[in-house]
Design a protein around this ligand. Structure first.
Ligand SMILES: [Fe+2]
Length: 449
């Protein structure tokens, strides 16, 4: 055997061993523990519908295809409308459960609605929601990854505090990885965390990689679109895509987890939707940051498909997650024409945080907290305020739009940055990674002096 052949053989064996060692990490799924089905209507979730005056409601009950109903009454009309639906059983890796959903349409603005769901003789308690007034001024909340473990109750206690200060939020938007893994125990955890807010505020989410089953080809687990029925995968080439309007803003939800050959059809969809958009504000939401904060080659494929498009089509704001760090990107205004690209944000609301690669494209970084955003629209101004887990203001930026011109106002630069290695990182990562993260931070601090 020649020396060249020997080197190639050693290289081949090394790659094969590496793949063998990493196979489960790349393609394996931990087994789902068995679970008890819900014998009564439960896990009720209110979410957005295809029009501003519509809402979907989903719930779970039993494990067979049978009729279910939703009774809806409003405080003005005093009539009770009955919506009928057929349950859809879904067999997961460890059990089977039936999911129900109905679309409530032609809802009045600024109205209190009461509703309950029924399956067979079983009826849920009455729940309620309020539809917003007919105004272009509104606020919503954004949360990056949550993906809590079953025994982690931090978000359970944080959310009521957040809602106490943001009761006027139109909806709650999640940037994917809402669950830790596609298992019943994690869905149970999410519904416990969302508590009664799940049935009283529209809950919206894009899918993250943790909602997917890993494999040579990744697959969005069916429970996700069953819980969030605004997704119609058949209509969108098996991609979880959706756009919805609120006030003078339109939101475009993408599925950045797909293999690259599916991202092309997502790009086509987004281009068409953005071109047809009549609303003043355009907000794109996807799980993987188009521009990474963990390494220049991370999410490279996602960047190739979407980075130019969000600039060319006048997107105002891009909301992202996945990389478990806080980063509000700079906006290039050097052309003298105001904003020529969107404001890009990466955020997370999880106890986990990852090693960041600090760079100058980001105006403000954040680590070691659970962050969330209140995003408000008022007249010509979009305001984005970021708060930490102590509900302290961490960052604030505004976009003022006059005609085709957009101006950015940075009100967060003077609020001190929180950049440090968290206790979670120290407890869960190797000493080598902790040291490397500390070095990254030190190097970044030195470069700023
Ligand atoms: Fe993720």
């Amino acid at each position: 055997m020649t020396k060249k052949k020997l080197v190639l053989a050693v290289l081949f064996i090394a790659i094969a061993l590496f793949c063998y060692k990493r196979w489960d990490v790349w393609f394996g799924n931990p087994p789902e523990p068995g679970y008890d089905i819900q014998h009564h209507p439960a896990r009720v979730l209110l979410t957005v519908g295809p029009s501003e005056s519509s809402r979907y409601v989903s719930w779970q009950c039993d494990s067979v295809a049978q009729l279910g109903w939703l009774d809806l009454c409003d405080t003005l009309g005093h009539d009770t409308l009955v919506y009928e639906t057929m349950g859809q059983p879904f067999r997961s890796r460890a059990g089977v459960a039936a999911y129900f959903s109905v679309l409530l349409d032609s809802l009045r603005t600024d109205t209190d609605y009461h509703y309950r769901v029924r399956v067979g003789q079983d009826t849920s308690a009455w729940m309620q929601f309020h539809t917003p007034a007919a105004s272009d001024d509104f606020s919503f909340l954004y949360f990056g990854d949550v993906q809590d473990e079953v025994d982690d109750n931090a978000f359970d206690s944080l959310l009521p505090n957040i809602m106490a200060h943001n009761a006027d939020a139109s909806f709650l938007l999640f940037g994917g990885d809402l669950i830790e893994r596609p298992m019943d125990k994690y869905w149970k955890k999410v519904f416990a965390s969302l508590s009664t807010y799940a049935s009283s505020y529209p809950i919206v989410s894009v899918p993250g990689n943790h909602e997917y089953l890993k494999g040579v080809t990744r697959k969005l687990e069916e429970r996700f679109p069953l819980v969030f029925p605004y997704y119609d995968l058949e209509a969108t080439d098996d991609n979880a895509l959706f756009s919805f309007k609120r006030g003078d803003a339109r939101f475009f939800l993408l599925d950045s987890n797909k293999d690259f050959w599916r991202l092309w059809s997502q790009r086509m969809w987004l281009e068409k939707e953005l071109s047809a958009c009549k609303e003043k504000w355009k907000i794109v939401v996807l799980h993987h940051p188009i521009r990474s904060i963990k390494g220049s080659m991370n999410n490279w494929v996602v960047k190739q498909f979407f980075d130019d498009l969000v600039c060319e089509k006048g997107v105002d704001l891009v909301l992202q997650g996945h990389e478990h760090g806080y980063a509000r990107f700079n906006v290039d205004t050097s052309s003298g024409k105001g904003m020529t690209e969107p404001l890009r944000l990466v955020s997370y609301c999880s106890r986990k945080d990852y090693m960041l690669q600090f760079h100058g494209d980001v105006a403000k970084w954040g680590t070691d907290s659970r962050y969330f955003q209140r995003i408000s629209f008022s007249g010509d101004t979009l305001s984005l305020s970021t708060f930490d887990a102590g509900l302290q203001l961490y960052d604030r930026v505004k976009i003022v739009k006059t005609g085709d011109s957009r101006r950015l106002i940075d009100e967060g630069a003077d609020i001190p940055e929180k950049i440090r290695v968290s206790d979670w990182f120290r407890a869960n990562k190797s000493a080598k990674k902790v040291k490397k993260f500390e070095e990254n931070i030190e190097k970044w601090r030195k470069s700023k002096r």
